[in-house]
Design a protein around this ligand. Structure first.
Ligand code: SAJ
Length: 452
């Protein structure tokens, strides 16, 4: 091992290394907290000055119980300090971890601009031997083909003047049982030395297993596979849900039963669409890379059509029932419960509720929204403020559509809800939080995704 690498290895094992986390979002903040809790000095960097100020005041703005609990003391004790310029922090650091967004451009292609600008800035900061880790999700080859050449632009080379590793973030936003330290970590370096340093660092801060793979491209492929797997499997159950609704077969009961098989099946559940910053986006990083290599990923394209079709299917199914009840769709008032893209979080990025609202707008349906975590949401040119209470949201409504799996919607007393609504009310449970019996006993016409 080169002298500089062994010096860094020693600094890591003795927790004397200084760690710089670049990008203080829902990935970077928990990582900064875990590194500081393990004993490392942590310097955070974010271009958003308000985030830097909040961190330096010990205010945690990400929805992560672990970070919310530990960050204030770690900042007070000086273990974490945030900066808005990379050049203020990286020169002091031995390890730099890149956790910046990798969104899509308007045309649907990958937008690596955040990643590239960090690489260009870092290239000028490699004054001494450092371990550079990329965690941002991207297509296989990004670290070697895009990030590394920009880093080496200053004349330094990976493996000799710095170590370079890719280790995908696997943060499951709002997941109370699996936090940053308890999710196994995949690590792939540009050479054995880089991999060793990366693995030793994550072993030092995490409780979970560190999984070493042969290089950055395999680690990138691992993460994209995980999210493509989820996207395609959700599309499969969405398609089969629509079929079984027509066949008059309870598909949710079938999924629950299939989930009893101890091997060969992983349950996914249908719904009104797929949201969030990752699952509806990451597969298209691979679609782009595949196209460059002359491949078209038909499974992902089919999944896109199926998942993007669920909001329309949901509204059409509701309007069909409205007509059956001899109600006028144009005079319909709907209470839409749930604005965030999944239960327990306030994040509305690519939320299916936005698509539902747009389709209701086009159908001339009046909608009142309610979400315990979200104050308002914009759909098209209309801003919907969440009603002040769940019962206020159903005042004079004809139908309730449950769009997000928040606990509050599992617990609300449906008779109380019913009492506030117009005659012959409908309850459409797209997340299967309630049972047919409790809905019908409360006097609702019951609809549920995947159930006849
Ligand atoms: N959904 C369904 N049916 C399901 C599961 C989810 O319709 O059976 C919907 C959800 O309601 C939501 C969307 O899919 O709208 C995404 O939900 P998610 O639970 O996958 O949540 P994310 O996007 O917050 O987190 C995912 C996770 N990836 C996997 O589970 C493979 C997380 O581990 C990743 O770290 C994260 O993406 C990411 O950052 O990539």
């Amino acid at each position: 091992m080169a002298e500089s690498a062994s010096l860094l290895a020693h600094k890591i094992s003795s927790k004397n290394a200084t760690v710089c986390v670049i990008g203080l979002g829902y990935v970077g903040v928990p990582l900064a907290v875990a590194s500081a809790q393990a004993g490392f000095n942590v310097l955070g960097v974010d271009v958003d000055h308000s985030k830097v100020e909040q961190i330096n005041m010990g205010v945690c703005y990400v929805e992560d119980k672990y970070s919310e609990e530990l960050l204030p003391d770690l900042v007070r004790s000086g273990k974490i300090k945030a900066y808005s310029k990379l050049s203020e922090a990286v020169p002091q650091a031995d390890i730099a971890i890149v956790c910046v967004p990798t969104p899509l451009q308007k045309d649907g292609d990958p937008d690596l601009s955040f990643l590239k600008s960090v690489a260009k800035s870092l290239a000028g900061q490699l004054t001494d031997y450092k371990l550079i880790i990329v965690e941002s999700t991207s297509y296989p080859g990004t670290t070697e083909e895009v990030f590394r050449p920009l880093l080496e632009h200053g004349g330094k080379s990976a493996g000799k003047d710095f170590a370079l590793v890719y280790s995908p973030e696997r943060i499951d936003y709002g997941n109370a049982s699996f936090g940053v330290r308890s999710i196994p970590k995949v690590v792939g370096g540009v050479d054995a030395e880089s991999t060793r340093l990366g693995a030793s660092f994550y072993s030092a801060i995490l409780q979970a297993q560190v999984v070493v793979v042969s290089g950055p491209s395999v680690a990138e492929a691992t993460k994209i596979l995980e999210n493509v797997f989820r996207y395609v499997n959700i599309a499969l159950v969405n398609e089969l849900a629509v079929l079984h609704e027509a066949l008059g077969v309870d598909f949710i009961e079938a999924i629950d039963a299939a989930a009893t098989k101890p091997f060969g099946f992983m349950a996914h559940y249908p719904g009104p669409g797929v949201g969030g910053h990752c699952i509806p986006k990451d597969p298209f990083y691979l679609v782009y890379k595949a196209k460059k290599a002359g491949f078209s990923l038909r499974m992902v394209s089919a999944a896109e059509v199926l998942n993007n079709g669920m909001p329309r299917h949901t509204v059409e199914r509701l309007l069909k029932t409205v007509r059956k009840l001899k109600k006028n769709p144009r005079k319909l008032k709907v209470a839409l419960w749930g604005l965030s893209y999944k239960g327990g979080v306030k994040d509305t990025r690519r939320s299916p509720s936005v698509d539902l609202l747009k389709i209701f707008q086009r159908s001339g349906v009046k909608v009142v929204t309610y979400d315990p975590f979200v104050e308002r949401i914009k759909a098209g040119s209309v801003v919907y403020a969440s009603a002040s209470s769940i019962l206020d949201s159903v005042e004079g409504a004809d139908a309730v559509v449950i769009a997000t799996n928040h606990v509050a919607f599992r617990q609300v007393d449906l008779s109380e809800v019913r009492a506030k609504m117009n005659p012959d009310p409908i309850l459409f449970d797209t997340r299967n939080l309630r049972t047919r019996n409790e809905c019908e006993d409360a006097g609702f016409t019951y609809l549920a995704t995947g159930r006849p």
